[in-house]
Design a protein around this ligand. Structure first.
Ligand SMILES: NC(=O)c1ccc[n+]([C@@H]2O[C@H](COP(=O)([O-])OP(=O)(O)OC[C@H]3O[C@@H](n4cnc5c(N)ncnc54)[C@H](O)[C@@H]3O)[C@@H](O)[C@H]2O)c1
Length: 308
């Protein structure tokens, strides 16, 4: 199949591109390299260095290439940046996505598989693990943008017949995650600790997240492609809550426990909890997480160590 991956130079998108090429698909990548890297892009993929906000250029690419499926991962992924500049976030995450979905419908794309978010869409919920039927109260412009796209995809499906799956991820971690942004605490801590620097836990460190390993996330995307007729919204998480203190300790084990647990100021407005139910994706796609947290941290540690 001819498949377009937006954000294919990024952390998750590059792993997905590799997996699709391994399955002999013909892959095109569009990425503006704002947080992604050219070296992440599989040499067998056709690479377009373009910004999704350049609506005309994106139309020209879709018109020429006519992909059958789109995996849409390109996004401004920094929640704090979305709070600081909601207009920039909306331009990059909402308007560019609506344009892509409109073009997908126009150029007869058969399915669009979107990388959405679980944590940022549901907000702090009492019911955890949280299922897809829970009401959505995003606490950031980033979360609002993802929810808006989920709703647009549903609208395009209902009114224009464009098939979609939206995958609402937990906190994804693993090799190639960029440690220089605000997102991705595993990568940030590992990068610091490998340089001998002390990582700082924001506040008391009891904020929980649902950590899911990147290989499992790629697998969820592949299953959304395989079960071609299935449409809808699916959580992709491990169904377990891990707090930042536990995460720090798990990483610190790989350093023989030499780092002290050090706490800094709490980040105002930070979400307190997140944990996703994966019952729906298990029922429909047979997906469940294959890598547990210690196993995923070990693989990630080994990858980051190899880069030092
Ligand atoms: N990593 C996580 O924990 C997580 C959790 C939930 C959802 N997601 C979503 O998964 C997707 C991939 O995230 P990631 O962690 O791999 O991040 P990433 O930053 O590594 O990947 C995003 C890619 O999109 C590109 N990009 C950004 N804006 C663009 C634009 N306007 N035009 C073209 N390219 C653009 C970047 O250069 C980058 O390569 C994103 O949509 C993100 O919101 C990630």
């Amino acid at each position: 199949m001819k498949i377009l991956v937006t954000g294919g130079a990024g952390f998750i998108g590059s792993h997905l591109t590799d997996a699709l090429i391994k399955k002999n698909h013909k892959v095109l990548v569009i990425d503006n390299l704002s947080t992604g890297f050219r070296k992440n892009v599989n040499p067998k993929a056709r690479f377009y260095k373009n910004d999704l906000t350049d609506h005309k250029k994106i139309e020209a690419i879709l018109k020429k290439e006519k992909p059958e499926v789109i995996f849409h991962l390109a996004a401004q992924i920094d929640v704090r940046k979305s709070v600081a500049d909601p207009v920039f976030d909306a331009n990059s995450n909402i308007l560019a996505s609506i344009n892509l979905i409109k073009l997908a419908s126009l150029y007869k794309v058969k399915k669009i598989i979107f990388s959405s978010t679980g944590g940022a869409i549901y907000g702090d919920t009492k019911k955890r693990p949280t299922s897809e039927s829970e009401s959505e109260w995003p606490l950031s412009p980033y979360g609002i943008a993802k929810l808006t796209i989920d709703k647009f995809l549903n609208y395009y499906r209902e009114i224009h017949g464009l098939n979609f799956v939206s995958l609402r991820y937990g906190n994804v971690y693993g090799p190639r995650q960029n440690p220089h942004g605000e997102a991705g605490v595993v990568a940030i801590f590992l990068n610091k600790m490998l340089k001998g620097q002390q990582p700082v836990i924001n506040g008391h460190g009891k904020q929980t997240r649902d950590y899911v390993f990147v290989e499992d996330v790629v697998n969820a995307n592949l299953l959304a492609l395989k079960h071609f007729q299935k449409v809808g919204i699916y959580n992709v998480g491990a169904g377990k809550e891990t707090d930042v203190n536990q995460l720090f300790r798990e990483i610190n084990r790989h350093f023989g426990g030499k780092f002290k647990e050090s706490h800094g100021l709490a980040k105002i407005g930070e979400q307190k909890t997140s944990c996703l139910s994966f019952a729906k994706i298990k029922r429909d796609f047979g997906w469940s997480p294959k890598t547990n947290f210690p196993g995923g941290i070990k693989k990630t540690f080994e990858w980051f160590s190899g880069k030092q």
